[in-house]
Design a binder for this molecule. Sequence first.
Ligand code: SAM
Length: 297
Amino acid sequence: MPESAGDECKNLQDQLELGQFIPFIYHHNMLADPVRMGAFRSAIQSAVPQGSRVLDLGGGTGVLSFFAAQQAERVWCVERNPELVEAARHLLAMNPGAERIEVIHADAFDYLPPEPVDVVICEMLHVGMLREKQVPVLVSFKRRYLEKFGAPLPRFIPEAFIQALQPVCQSFDFDGYHAPIPSLQDPSVKHVRTSELGEPVVFQTSCYDAHLPLLCAWKGELTLDSDGQLNALRFITKNLLAVIVEEQRSIDWFSQYLIVPLARPLHLAAGDRITVDFSYRMGDPISALKPCVKRIG
Ligand SMILES: C[S@@+](CC[C@H](N)C(=O)[O-])C[C@H]1O[C@@H](n2cnc3c(N)ncnc32)[C@H](O)[C@@H]1O
């Protein structure tokens, strides 16, 4: 069915501002986040060979292309937002290695480099693989790359992701105003509004060089470790940026945690079991994640 003009306008607005495009002002926060920057810098240092060719999809300000260009011979930095394309060109020119980087104004859903590449960097990441188009972009990229150049595929940064959920009791009280709404949490700090009622349970593990699912669907069971009011689930996405097999370790980066309030809170005791059921498409808005939680027995 054709969408109404109102729906079309809303979709465009969502794509431009809240969806896959991050407003320019937020790029400062990404650049100033030492955990994110340190993890990507180390992963790129470890996974990008000297003299290699690299494709950076969703280049933003160009910082990951800059890291790559310290080792690579050639980097294609692809960005769709014209404001960021201009910013990346301007900023990269102030930094060493710029002569090895080409900033391309294109949609990562269409673009392919002129020649095969050794490494693809793609940081269009969001908790739950929601909002940003990381997975659909890389599914499309892999298909088109194999059609044009054949195997092997390049190495991917990140290489894999692991998703988990955790039962929590969340305070939704804001100065007496009860507002059970979703929120994001910095994974590196303790959150006083959140009491953990059980351990995280893994619901999905995917490698970018293997089959990538476009759907995230899970139906499973959890057991509570503590008594409490279960009124939210915390979603956790761990990105394995680089797996260093010879050292038996990986360089990981957690997306911000997502707290999703439940439609109906449950008063539960330690040992109680629940079922959790949800399904959404990768890249969907956060509102598509509507877990259905039921007490067993
Ligand atoms: C999370 S930001 C990361 C930026 C940069 N790679 C970094 O790590 O600082 C994701 C970037 O992908 C860009 N982007 C989103 N969808 C895109 C698409 N379809 N094609 C190209 N760029 C896209 C956004 O505009 C944004 O700059």
